[in-house]
Design a protein around this ligand. Structure first.
Ligand SMILES: Cc1cc2nc3c(=O)[nH]c(=O)nc-3n(C[C@H](O)[C@H](O)[C@H](O)COP(=O)(O)O)c2cc1C
Length: 212
């Protein structure tokens, strides 16, 4: 394997100034996401979701961000999966976006809540047939003993007109209380602007600069 210590590059970008960052971190997020979508075309909405088990063991996986509301970030998954079970025990989660090339990272921390069933139904019904079938047959995160039988289940799910969302599949909305916007800069003198929630009831944040 190549020596990883030899891999090095500079991050050459203009500065991130507090006064140019929107007061509302969701608006700032949308601005960065729009640029990432222009830059990458696909999968710029992929994010790392971290959850914590009852014993305090963190775990991370990639999921796709599917909606940004006024105050939250929505993704869809199996409620009985490892992440779903962990969120049930502890709703505090972290989201992470990293866009190489733009050399930007956004960290978000907050609480996850299930979205209403009508929202999950609407999104489920918009998915391609094959994805619907996978959501229906897959006991996500469980060990599979007979893979052939499992695959057959998918293939024999032929009532294509009637693929309803299973109750154990749907959306979560993450309501953030912390954001951090990171811009890679020259000489590893990076810019980091964090937003801390300052009001329990209102969506109000205070911007602070963090050391690189
Ligand atoms: C690019 C990418 C996008 C993914 N999007 C989703 C998603 O939106 N929802 C989902 O449940 N799993 C998604 N996955 C799969 C998850 O990373 C993970 O394997 C799965 O959710 C099971 O995680 P768990 O066992 O920790 O619950 C995605 C994986 C990748 C690499």
């Amino acid at each position: 394997m190549v020596n990883l210590e030899d891999i090095r590059r500079e991050y050459e970008h203009p500065p991130l100034m507090e006064e140019e960052m929107d007061e509302n971190p969701v608006v700032q997020f949308q601005e960065w996401m729009d640029l990432a979508i222009k830059y990458y075309k696909s999968d710029s909405n992929a994010m790392i979701l971290s959850t914590v088990s009852g014993s305090g063991q963190p775990s991370s996986r990639t999921v796709l961000l599917k909606n940004v509301t006024k105050a939250g970030f929505v993704f869809y998954t199996n409620y009985n999966s490892r992440k779903g079970n962990e969120i049930l025990l502890n709703p505090h989660v972290a989201l992470l976006f990293y866009w190489p090339g733009l050399d930007r990272q956004i960290r978000i921390e907050g609480k996850a809540e299930k979205v209403g069933s009508e929202i999950s139904d609407k999104y489920f019904n918009s998915r391609p047939e094959g994805s619907k079938k996978s959501a229906i047959v897959s006991p996500q995160s469980e060990e599979i003993e007979d893979f052939l039988a499992f695959k057959e289940k998918w293939e024999f799910l032929v009532d294509k007109e009637n693929l309803e969302r299973p109750e154990n599949w749907g959306g979560y909305e993450v309501f953030p209380d912390y954001f951090e916007f990171w811009q890679g800069r020259k000489n590893r003198f990076h810019d980091r602007i964090a937003y801390k929630k300052i009001d329990k009831h209102e969506f109000k944040f205070q911007k602070v600069r963090l050391a690189p």
